[in-house]
Ligand binder design. Structure first.
Ligand code: IPD
Ligand code: CA
Length: 296
């Protein structure tokens, strides 16, 4: 079902763009990040197949979280524990930071940032737009301090595996990804998301009312990791959201960046809960201005 570019003879590191420099100026260790990517891919793929099989058996809400509409299913928890156990068996000492369970501290400097099911509401309703999202970062789990080394996002119902290794490009089922080249903001398709808090959602809808006339259209597809991958694949020209948790954006941000997107948070910082923007370079300045005008 899934295509594996490394197993098929290529290595992601062979495609490393020359001159790729990391945030701290150092060059990543390709052998380590290739191995981490292989592990991320294999665990994310198995986890996605587990989630899809549980979905076909029926889904039950286990609890609500921040609000009545912020739900967790038994499968979210089961899949997270599956991922935690697989990673701990392969890489004892690495940290773990997932949406559903308690974090594990890192003794190696590496932390796995995991959303077992991103797009839980879609999962609940049977909308085939949800994914398992796994990233491995140095200096986690604060997005302002971390450096993501490898990431994989798997949408099992679409049969799509998105992945990236730092400096190695972004890939969808064996095809190298590149962001779109939109002619202008007004011809650009922009993805976003809404909060689980109803008051906040009302404010967000008002903000979008000030933005929607300046773009081609707006999409709210329901899984932030896949929205970021959609920017990487040129299926969206941009994606903007406030309120994302580290597990929502960790993998997708690396994949979008490796496909050539401009990634930004608040006031020029790295993307985080305050703000995540991923945008094709051609329209980055126009979008940032439009967001400020809309008081996004
Ligand atoms: C949510 C989805 C959604 C985004 C929310 C996230 P979850 O994650 O990614 O698209 O708008 O901000 O919380 O709850 O489905 O894992
Ligand atoms: Ca989730």
């Amino acid at each position: 079902m899934f295509h594996d570019p490394i197993a098929q003879g290529g290595t992601v590191s062979e495609n490393r763009p020359s001159g790729a420099v990391e945030r701290d100026g150092s060059v990543p260790e390709p052998a380590l990040s290739d191995a981490l990517l292989r592990l991320a891919r294999s665990v994310a793929t198995e986890a996605a197949e587990l989630a899809a099989s549980r979905r076909s058996e029926g889904v039950e809400v286990a609890a609500t979280k921040s609000s009545l509409v912020d739900v967790v299913t038994h499968t979210d928890r089961e899949v997270e524990e599956f991922i935690r156990a697989r990673l701990a068996a392969e890489r004892p000492g690495d940290g773990f930071f997932g949406e559903e369970g308690a974090p594990d501290d890192s003794t190696t400097g590496l932390t796995w940032v995991v959303d077992p099911i991103d797009g839980t509401v879609n999962f609940l309703y049977g909308i085939p737009q949800w994914a398992v999202s796994i990233a491995v970062v140095e200096n986690g789990p604060d997005p302002q301090r971390w450096r993501a080394l490898a990431a994989c996002v798997v949408n099992p119902l679409a049969g799509e595996v998105y992945e990236a290794r730092l400096g190695g490009g972004a890939w969808l089922s064996g095809r190298r990804l590149a962001v779109s080249t939109p002619a202008s903001l007004e011809q650009s398709l922009v993805g976003t998301g809404f909060s689980y808090d109803s008051d906040r959602r009302v404010e967000q809808a008002a903000i979008l009312g000030r933005l929607i006339g300046r773009v081609r259209d707006i999409r709210r597809m329901g899984a932030a990791s896949l929205d970021l991958c959609a920017v990487a694949a040129g299926r969206l020209d941009a994606y903007v959201e406030r309120g994302l948790k580290p597990w929502d954006h960790a993998a997708g941000v690396l994949i979008a960046a490796e496909a050539g997107a401009v990634l930004q948070g608040e006031d020029g910082r790295a993307p985080d809960e305050a703000l995540t923007v991923a945008v094709a370079p051609q329209i980055a300045d126009e979008l940032i201005t439009a967001l400020a005008d809309a008081r996004f």
